[in-house]
Design a protein around this ligand. Sequence first.
Ligand code: ATP
Ligand code: MG
Length: 564
Amino acid sequence: MRLSKAYWQTIKEVPADAEVVSHQLLIRAGFISKTAAGIYSYLPMAVRVLQKIKTIIREELEAIDAQEVSMGFVTPGSLWKKSGRWETMGPLMLKCKDRKDNDYCLSATNEETITDIIDKTITSYKQLPINLFQVNTKFRDEIRPRFGIMRGREFLMKDGYTFHVDKECMSKSYSDYYKAYENIFTRMGLEFIAVEADGGAIADADAQTHEFQVIADNGEDIIVEVSAENLAMNIEKAQTKRLDLKFSYDDKIEDVLTENLPTCEEVAKFLTIGVHQTLKSIVINSDNNFYMVMLLGDDSLNEVKLSNHLKQEWRFASDTELLSLGLVKGYMGPQNVDFQVLFDSAIDMKASYIVGANKENYHQKGFVPLIIENSKTVDLRLAKEEDISVNGNPIKFRKGIEVGHIFELGDKYTKSMNVTVLDNNGKKVNPLMGCYGIGVSRLVAAAIEQSHDENGIIWPKTIAPYDVYFAIIAKSDETKKVCDDIYKSLQEAGLDVVYDDRGMGFGAMLKDADLLGLPVRVLLGERDFNKTGEVEIKVRKTGETIAATPQNLCVKLKEILEKL
Ligand code: ATP
Ligand code: MG
């Protein structure tokens, strides 16, 4: 591509809303343009990166016998009502009506559509398994779209779906996809890790599911890694143990004055005890039922675990609700409440703790959880970095960007949407299903988070928009002709080349080249070339420079690219 004829604009100013480096660089290097909050246009350079990612994905999925389809972006509400997700997806889904007042929504994911396709075409186990995927646009009205295309509202997803007559076949596909994902992210040059995950709104809480996380400081996810057990879990799912907790037992029950000390930390400090010897009381409302959640004073609630336990939506009780229940904020306890109390499993039910006394400015000493009759013990705490694994091994926290997620869905959708096939005994059964997502546009940002420096992007060679940046300083027609010939020879050798023939200043041109971050840059400066007959190759990643002549340039470039 000759830059003199191309649309490619770099930008000096970092946009004010660009908090993370990938967002800043994608805007500055002319890859994306913001259209609205969380909605971006992909400019020509980005389209090339996306194409390369899509090609890698297609090759690896076709290798596991997946076939590409393309489903509608607008989906009828009737399908979502059938599966029950018209309501449960909540405000994440952008809904609209057509001129006949029918409900529609923009695809947030496509389980409903694919299940409908299968329903209309498949009748027998003999037609299974089926393995289909697509790469297309999704829309999720995220509460906080941020970090550019990392968490957009409109984004590109690869979604794959498989259908099976039995569990064994479903598990085989799951492991095929697992391996294909490992190949895809390895080919993209990413450092990633597969972690045990939560099913979220897509699957049941106990379904087998893994996320593929790209390791990055700006990742929104926390990964709990137990190297000794070859195990990694998303913190949403992670169960860990606290280290060496010492509780006291048989303390006398008495109310203690704790004036203006509403937090566990303050109370513990005042009474000179460990914060873990106090209990935190949290009241929540789920479908108009109240629950009190109890945690050790220095633990915090894992909201995903609570959702999974309740199997329905919940929210924190409002101040008015607390008042109506006779509870005093900052001084609450589970004594005498007439709803269920959920004790976190890190709590020793026989130990004695300090809890709120249910009266202003007082806490109660000597509270023993065992006395609460209407209670349950559930794992509800959020893992902490200083914890150990359930088996007692050290753990480590890492930050990740979720770029892929695979699920064994079982019959969740085929059952709710009433899809059946005949099995080999002629009996009607709900086929089993797997689904497999990749955040295609998010991957572009994730790759940059992992690979950049203060001057710009450093693209992994397999997804770089072009292979070579050919920068020239040429005044005379003779040198311009040499440059044009080199450009042609590079193209003929099968290299994708950005030919910077804009005739701009040396400094600005090389800044643009670094910002764009192609794997190698070739520089032909007229003065040096006339003296030596050589051009300079520079490797973006290492800064290494290598001299070449127009005659051996292609061979050298290929050698360098091969090794990168
Ligand atoms: P997250 O936890 O990041 O919100 P999710 O678990 O809701 O993601 P999935 O339903 O598993 O996402 O979707 C499959 C893939 O699509 C994710 O692994 C992620 O890479 C990508 N993805 C999801 N939401 C977004 C978004 N808002 N912007 C860009 N990519 C996204
Ligand atoms: Mg996910």
